[in-house]
Ligand binder design. Structure first.
Ligand code: SAM
Length: 171
């Protein structure tokens, strides 16, 4: 999908953030990102997402890199525009059209308090509304705006399962 998207999950804490980070991975995968970078090595998380890939298809990747700055620099050197999602940023409604024109986007989402350098060094700080909510919700809304809803029709190659669209029940 275009633009190419990598998510950088800032500050994943083992155990404490397990469920939320899993959901960030699932949203990133389902809504069109190609990979997510996590700062703490987490085998359980890797296994959960690999199981999802095997059943539901695609090649979504998890990369572990403890130093967010290293990942940040690597993304910048590879031509990614960095978008940090924060309630303190500029409104998505104002910037979505401009951002859609980018070819490669690195999205930073927080967990614990994000250090000032992230705000300063990102190309954009963008808010999804100016109320505090969640990194999962912020990521989902941002990706949906970025891809204009087309990510919901994305095909995942080599899927063993497919949720058929039925009016009632599950198939
Ligand atoms: N005060 C934080 C902030 O800067 O948005 C809220 C912390 S929240 C527990 C964790 C993460 O959720 C944030 O780092 C941010 O990525 C995301 N988030 C929460 N509310 C948001 C909003 N209104 N707009 C964009 N991102 C948001």
């Amino acid at each position: 999908m275009r633009p190419e998207v990598v998510v950088l999950r800032y500050g994943h804490r083992l155990v404490r953030d397990a469920r939320v980070t899993t959901h960030c991975c699932l949203v990133a995968r389902a809504f069109g990102a190609k990979e997510i970078i996590i700062n703490s090595e987490d085998k359980g998380l890797l296994q959960r997402i690999e199981t999802v890939n095997k059943k539901w298809g695609g090649k979504f990747k998890i990369i572990f890199e403890p130093d967010w700055r290293k990942s940040f620099k690597k993304l910048k050197n590879n031509g990614f525009t960095i978008v940090h999602l924060t309630m303190y940023g500029e409104p998505i409604n104002k910037l979505e059209e401009k951002i859609r024109k980018e070819k490669k986007i690195g999205i930073i989402i927080g967990s614990q308090k994000v250090e000032p350098a992230v705000y300063e060094e990102s190309d954009y700080n963008i808010s999804i509304g100016s109320q505090p909510h969640s990194e999962i919700a912020a990521l989902a809304v941002f990706l949906d705006r970025l891809f204009n809803g087309k990510e919901l029709e994305k095909k995942f190659p080599n899927a063993k399962l497919d949720a058929t669209k039925v009016r009632k029940g599950k198939k």
